[in-house]
Design a protein around this ligand. Structure first.
Ligand SMILES: [Mg+2]
Length: 427
């Protein structure tokens, strides 16, 4: 299962050829009074030649440029300083960059970047492209003290992303520093074709960034996200990807299971705390276990979600069906129309027995059912939650505090009230 995609920057996400050309033309114009005795074409083509596709650092390039063109009124150091501070203003992305990153993020993919170069300079370019927020780890060789193709920098990135090499894809334009090096580190290599290198061998070859989600689908990761869709009268009308379902607002099925437990004659309701890594509602308390039913699944298969998220083995006939709730939420770009199959499970497990799926769930709490009901009826402002949280170092931390509405996923009040009434009726 692929969990992470890592990228090279120059020539992979950043169209370096175009960016360099744009920058050097711009530099020529800004320093025309010092460079005017050289034709623009000559200045630009000499720079590009000396730059050697970015593999020569610019102190050498400008030194030679100043020598060859007999430039006396501006120093190589001044031109270099200009390059360092101004290049970011000429960064050109490859087509479909943001769309591709969004799509991977929508599929809960972890994203990393490994680039050789100067720390602040490369980071400025990442920021200029507006993509730093998509990345869980960005490694720049100067700051890391190692560089591609050394295996250390790949291992470091995988550790930061908390994934193994076999769960990762690496995308780059350099046959050795990117593709071969990543494959040697145990990752799958995707070569972003660059005619300069002729023909090379790689696990996958792409011409455009938009092909990456397709490769992931073929590798079996995103295919699992196809959902059955329904019209407003609940007639099935086909299947669609999870992103499409939420973008276009198709009705689709979800599975929700609420756990209750009884201790000393008191009923408790159990809630999960969503992981801080979740894109939606990180760190908030939510339904004990819930998830989408995939196109290939029946409602019975929903128990998979319970095992995956909170590590409890439950058979379907132990569940009490509470009903189907038409759950509809619209916010920003997302239209969520769920046909939610809601179940109750009377649990004998102590909270200690729950084994949490790190990327999804970071804690479990219990709340007295009566207090929970009054809280959602608006009769109480706070409710006591008791349980545990797993901190970022993997240690269990006890929770015993009052929670307010902001601690819970903002389902509508009507949803909470209805569900709790259903639970009372079933107990
Ligand atoms: Mg590159």
């Amino acid at each position: 299962m692929i969990k992470a995609v890592l990228f090279d920057l120059d020539g992979t996400l950043l169209n370096r050829d175009l960016s360099v050309r744009e920058f050097i033309c711009d530099q020529y114009h800004r320093f025309y009074r010092f460079l005017g005795h050289i034709s623009k074409e000559k200045y630009v083509s000499k720079f590009i030649e000396l730059d050697c596709r970015g593999y020569v650092w610019k102190d050498k390039v400008y030194e030679q440029l100043v020598n060859e063109f007999n430039i006396h009124t501006i120093t190589p150091e001044q031109l270099l300083e200009d390059y360092i501070t101004q290049f970011k203003n000429s960064c050109v992305p490859y087509p479909n960059l943001i769309e591709m990153l969004e799509m991977l993020k929508d599929n809960n993919m972890k994203l990393g970047m490994i680039t050789n170069g100067k720390g602040q300079f490369q980071m400025d370019n990442v920021v200029a492209l507006g993509i730093e927020k998509y990345f869980d780890a960005i490694l720049i060789s100067e700051w890391e003290g190692c560089k591609k193709p050394e295996p250390q920098i790949f291992e470091k990135a995988l550790r930061k992303l908390n994934v193994s090499a076999s769960e990762s894809l690496f995308v780059g334009d350099h046959p050795d520093n990117d593709v071969k090096a990543a494959e040697n580190a145990g990752m799958k290599g995707i070569w972003k074709r660059d005619e300069y290198w002729g023909k090379i061998e790689a696990d996958y070859i792409i011409n455009d960034l938009s092909e990456i989600p397709i490769i992931l689908k073929e590798a079996g990761k995103m295919e699992s996200e196809l959902l059955k869709i329904f019209d407003d009268k609940r007639n099935p009308i086909g299947v669609a990807s999870r992103e499409e379902v939420h973008k276009k607002g198709f009705w689709h099925e979800t599975f929700q299971c609420w756990f209750v437990s009884k201790e000393e004659e008191k009923e408790y309701i159990l809630l999960q705390k969503r992981s801080s890594q979740k894109k939606d509602y990180p760190n908030l308390l939510d339904i004990t276990s819930a998830g989408h039913l995939l196109a290939t699944e029946t409602v019975q298969d929903g128990i998979r979600e319970i095992k995956e998220e909170i590590g409890i083995d439950v058979s379907f006939n132990e569940l009490i069906s509470l009903g189907i709730f038409d759950y509809c939420v619209t916010r920003e770009e997302l239209i969520d129309k769920e046909i939610a199959h809601v179940f109750l499970y009377k649990s004998n497990h102590s909270l200690e027995n729950f084994v949490l799926q790190e990327e999804e769930v970071s804690g479990m709490v219990k709340i007295e059912l009566d207090a929970f009901y009054e809280f959602w009826l608006g009769k109480k402002e706070f409710v006591r939650i008791k349980g545990f949280d797993i901190d970022k170092d993997g240690n269990k931390v006890e929770i015993n505090r009052l929670a307010c509405k902001e601690d819970f996923v903002p389902h509508k009040n009507l949803y909470y009230e209805t569900i709790i009434r259903w639970i009372y009726n079933a107990l």
